[in-house]
Design a protein around this ligand. Structure first.
Ligand code: ATP
Length: 451
C-alpha cells in the first residue's frame, strides 16, 4: 500500500473520513467526516478563527448565505467565465480535465486556452491515460457552478462557488456597523460548491468543500508588498500550528502573463501531498476589481471614507484563501507516522496537542467493577478541560494502539495499584514513556503539558 492508501484506510477505520452514502454504493466522490474527523475539522476551524479573527483587532468575521443574488455572479464574471475545459475519450468514455491531461503529457499549462489544448492533443497524439487509445472529443468548456432554483426568484440561482462573494456584498454593512480603519479585513468560513469535472485524491478535490477566506482591504496608495509578504508568513505560521513542517511546503508565484488583468501578484502555497506538490492555499492582490465591479453592477457606492485625509476611495484588497478540507488533509498527512516497535509496526498520528480530536484517554486497566469508580472520577476531573474519552473495552495494548491511531497525546491508565496509592500511569503518545502521577496532581500535570 502506498502512503495515500494507508491514510485513506486509517481515516475510514478510525472514524476520520469515509465515503458518504456507502450503503447506496457511494456518491460522486463525496465524503463524510466521522466522529474524530469532525472534531479535528472543528479544531482546525476554531484555531483559524482564533488566530485571524478573535486575536486580531483589524479583522472581523461574518457568516453569509450560500445562496446569493444571481446578479452577484454575473457581475463577478462567474456566470460567464467560471469554466474548466473537459475532453472525453470516445473509446472508454472516461472524462478528463483537458488542461490537466495536456500538462501531464507535455508539461505545458494551457489552462483557459481551448484552441491550444485541442492542437496540443492532436500534435502530440496524447493518448487516453485510462485505455491508451487516441480518440478524443473536442475540448469544450464547462461551467462549474451548481444551479438550483428558488421559490419567488425567476431564473437560475447558484450555490456559491467561493465564499468571497458574500464578503464583498456585505462590505457596506460591515463598514456601517463597525468602526474600522483601513487596513482591515473581513473573514468568513463556509461551504463552497464547484461542479469539478473530476473530483478526487480523497478530500483534496471535492465538489462540496469549505473555505476560510479573508478580504483584507488596503489603501490604493499602500505599499502592499510588505503586507503581502506578512500575509504569506501568517499563512505559513497557521500551517505550522497544524503540524505542517517547513520542508513540506513551498511557494509558487504565478507568472505575470498568467495573472488576471486586475491582479498585481498571486502566490500559491503548495503542500507535498503523497501524490505530489499541489495547491493548499492562495494569496492574491486583487486591486479594487471586486468592489468596483459590484459597485457598478449594483449602483451602490462601495467606498471607504478616510477621515484623516478627508478622502473617499474604493479600497484595494489582498485575499488570503485557505481550503479547509485541504488543511485537514495536510494535517493528517503530516501527522501520519509509522515506526517499528519490537516486531510490530506502530501507526501513530502525531497531531499537535491543540488540534488532536482526543487529548486525553482515560483507560481503566480492566473492565472489573472495582476500577470503574476511580476511573470515572479521573475522567470527570479531566473532561471539562480537555477533549477526553473514556474507554474500557478490549485489552490495554489494543486501546493504546487505537489511541495512537487517532493521535491522542496522553493516555491515563488506572490499575489495581491506583486503588491503593491514588496514582495513575500517564503514557506519552510520541515517546511511549510512562510515568506515575498522583491523581491529586493530575490537573496541574496536564496544565504544564498543554501549555
Ligand atoms: P485548484 O487549482 O486546485 O482547482 P483553485 O486555484 O481553483 O484550486 P481557488 O479558487 O483559489 O482554488 O480556491 C481557494 C482555495 O479553496 C484553494 O486554495 C483550495 O484550498 C480550496 N479549493 C478549491 N477548490 C477545491 C476543491 N474542489 N476541493 C477542495 N478544496 C478546494
Amino acid at each position: 500500500m502506498d502512503k495515500m492508501e494507508k491514510i485513506v484506510s486509517l481515516c475510514k477505520r478510525r472514524g476520520f473520513v469515509n465515503p458518504s452514502c456507502e450503503i447506496y454504493g457511494g456518491f460522486a466522490n463525496s465524503y463524510s467526516y466521522g466522529p474524530y474527523g469532525s472534531q479535528l475539522k472543528k479544531n482546525i476551524k476554531d484555531l483559524w478563527w482564533k488566530m485571524f479573527v478573535e486575536s486580531r483587532e483589524d479583522i472581523v468575521g461574518i457568516d453569509g448565505p450560500i445562496l446569493l443574488h444571481p446578479k452577484l455572479w454575473q457581475a463577478s464574471g462567474h456566470t460567464e467565465g467560471f469554466n474548466d475545459a473537459m475532453v472525453d475519450c470516445k473509446k472508454c468514455k472516461k472524462r478528463f480535465r483537458a488542461d490537466h491531461l495536456v500538462e501531464e503529457a507535455i508539461g505545458e499549462d494551457l489552462e483557459g486556452k481551448i484552441d491550444e489544448m485541442n492542437q496540443a492533443i492532436a500534435k502530440n497524439k496524447i493518448k487516453c491515460p485510462e485505455c491508451g487509445k487516441f480518440d478524443w472529443t473536442e475540448v469544450r468548456t464547462f461551467n462549474m457552478m451548481f444551479k438550483t432554483e428558488m421559490n419567488g426568484v425567476e431564473g437560475d440561482v447558484y450555490l456559491r462557488p467561493e465564499t468571497a462573494g458574500a464578503i464583498f456584498v456585505d462590505f457596506k454593512n460591515v463598514m456601517d456597523s463597525m468602526h474600522l480603519k483601513i487596513p482591515f479585513g473581513i473573514a468568513q468560513i463556509g461551504k463552497a460548491f464547484r461542479n469539478e469535472i473530476i473530483a478526487g485524491n480523497f478530500i483534496f478535490r471535492l465538489r462540496e468543500f469549505e473555505q476560510m477566506e479573508i478580504e483584507y482591504f488596503i489603501s490604493p496608495e499602500e505599499k502592499w508588498e510588505s503586507l503581502f509578504d506578512s500575509w504569506l508568513e501568517d499563512q505559513e505560521k497557521y500551517l505550522a500550528e497544524l503540524g505542517v513542517k517547513k520542508d513540506e511546503i513551498r511557494r509558487f508565484e504565478h507568472p505575470k502573463e498568467k495573472l488576471s488583468h486586475y491582479s498585481q501578484k498571486t502566490v500559491d502555497i503548495e503542500y507535498e501531498y503523497p501524490f505530489g506538490f499541489q495547491e493548499l492555499y492562495g494569496l492574491a492582490h486583487r486591486s479594487d476589481f471586486d468592489l468596483k465591479t459590484h459597485s457598478k453592477a449594483s449602483n451602490e457606492k462601495l467606498e471607504y471614507y478616510d477621515q484623516e485625509n478627508n478622502k473617499k476611495y474604493i479600497p484595494h484588497v489582498l485575499e488570503p484563501t485557505f481550503g479547509l478540507d485541504r488543511s485537514i488533509l495536510a494535517a493528517i498527512c503530516s501527522a501520519y507516522d509509522e515506526e517499528k516497535v519490537k516486531d510490530e509496526t506502530r501507526i501513530v498520528m502525531r497531531f499537535p496537542k491543540h488540534i488532536a480530536p482526543v487529548q486525553i484517554a482515560v483507560l481503566p486497566l480492566s473492565k472489573k467493577d472495582e476500577l470503574r469508580p476511580l476511573a470515572r472520577e479521573v475522567f470527570e476531573k479531566l473532561k471539562n478541560q480537555y477533549a477526553s474519552e473514556y474507554d474500557e473495552t478490549q485489552s490495554i495494548g489494543k486501546r493504546y494502539r487505537r489511541q495512537d491511531e487517532i493521535g491522542t497525546p496522553y493516555c491515563v491508565t488506572i490499575d489495581f495499584d491506583s486503588l491503593e496509592d491514588k496514582a495513575v500511569t500517564v503514557r506519552d503518545r510520541d515517546s511511549m514513556k510512562q510515568e506515575r502521577v498522583n491523581i491529586d496532581k493530575l490537573e496541574q500535570y496536564f496544565e504544564e503539558k498543554f501549555k
